[in-house]
Design a protein around this ligand. Structure first.
Ligand code: CMC
Length: 362
């Protein structure tokens, strides 16, 4: 048995493949760089769900249905009372999603796809004492999320950046949250239960909870000149550097470059403080130099969360909401995997090796 099920094959999937040696991600036969260049979030969602739900559709139809689903779930945000709003945003989202009906049908899947995108902006506004903004079905998913967050029309560069983010993180092999989603689906509990389990797995700092702490690290480093010394001290203290390292990738996470590319137009058009980008470059360089020296046998490189932090900050999301934005993008992957698992049909039920004491003879 391997700790953390490392290298254990636990499912067959036609959804995505992570090649950790080549640094390549394929989603349903298309490489991430092509998807980022050519496809909207709605197109990738249609690609992932194709053949796994009872209705057939294309990108345009899914965009229309998803927009209607955003409107349908909006009223549920009103259930976020003061006690709930005191919790971290991702926990409020989870509580609101738990109120949606459970089931395996396509309408349940659509509501679950829409819910995180509607609930997170609403929760963030309610926490600031502002009224939630109702969805606008004429907008793309990415544009509507940004408008529901700020109440203003987002720029083309902002919409493109969020759309790229949602595409980039839509699915990623059998990561911890996706595995959780498949385990629940194998019991036939329903898609809402699968998404709740996945969201609970995602929020941990070793999975989708890392980008907030990435910004904390950048703030603590402060200036590019401090990067080398700060990183050296952190590693001497035995700290894990958030946004670096990965179970599968032995080279650079291809999603990091997709997000760095999405950030560039925002910097070039003056919509983001360029100093943040320069600090991030200095920290990345310092971390890679330090890790290469200290761990020559275990290649550790930048992962998706490092540039997620910079991108979501640039788009105006507060750092405590970053895991929730991750959930907005990843829900389609969880749903596709849950459906794939349910259609495959067999209960996931592994075994453990008992290492506890044996009963004493009477
Ligand atoms: N900073 C410093 N050392 C590290 C890091 C890091 N970020 N990541 C791994 N190491 C070290 C680790 O301490 C261990 O050293 P030793 O053998 O001396 O104990 C060695 O590298 C191997 O680490 P591991 O824990 O066996 O690696 P893993 O495959 O279990 O963990 C990871 C993968 C992502 C949990 C880990 O790299 C990590 O904690 N990174 C920081 C958190 C982070 O950025 N998470 C987001 C992951 S990407 C999003 C996603 O796809 O879910």
């Amino acid at each position: 048995m391997k700790n953390g099920l490392e290298d254990v094959i636990a499912a067959e999937t036609q959804l995505s493949d992570v090649d950790g040696e080549a640094g390549r991600l394929i989603i349903r036969g298309v490489s991430l760089d092509h998807l980022v260049r050519d496809s909207s979030y709605e197109a990738v969602a249609a690609l992932l769900l194709d053949g796994l739900v009872e209705r057939s559709f294309d990108e345009a139809l899914l965009r229309e249905w998803l927009a209607s689903a955003r409107i349908r779930v909006f009223n549920h945000a009103a259930a976020a009372d003061a006690a709930l709003l005191a919790l971290p945003p991702v926990d409020v989202m989870r509580a609101l999603i738990a109120r949606l009906p459970d089931g395996d049908d396509f309408d349940t899947a659509l509501s679950l796809l829409a819910a995180p995108a509607v609930f997170l902006p609403a929760v963030l506004r309610l926490r600031r004492g502002e009224d939630p903004i109702a969805p606008d079905p004429s907008l793309s998913h990415a544009a509507d999320i940004l408008r529901m967050l700020t109440g203003e029309k987002p720029t083309l560069e902002q919409v493109a950046a969020l759309d790229t983010y949602l595409v980039t993180i839509s699915d990623h092999g059998l990561n911890a949250s996706t595995f959780a989603s498949r385990v629940i689906a194998s019991t036939k509990a329903g898609l809402t239960s699968s998404v709740l389990a996945a969201l609970s797995a995602l929020k941990g700092p070793l999975h989708g909870g890392a980008p907030g702490p990435v910004l904390d690290m950048l703030d603590a480093v402060g200036t590019p000149e401090n990067a080398d010394g700060w990183i050296r001290d952190a590693l001497d203290r035995g700290e894990r550097l958030m946004g670096f390292g990965h179970r599968i990738y032995r080279v650079r996470d291809p999603r990091a470059d997709a997000l760095k590319g999405a950030l560039a137009p925002l910097i070039a058009s003056g919509q983001v403080n360029g100093a943040r980008g320069a600090l991030a470059e200095a920290v990345e360089t310092a971390v890679l130099a330090a890790l290469t020296t200290r761990k020559p046998d275990r290649p550790l490189d930048v992962n998706v969360e490092f540039y997620t932090a910079l991108l979501l900050e640039a788009l105006g999301f507060p750092r405590e909401a970053f895991t929730g934005v991750f959930a907005i993008g990843r829900t389609v992957g969880w749903l596709a995997h849950a459906r794939e698992q349910a259609l495959e049909g067999r209960l996931i039920r592994p075994r453990s090796v008992y290492i506890g004491p044996l009963p004493t003879a009477a």
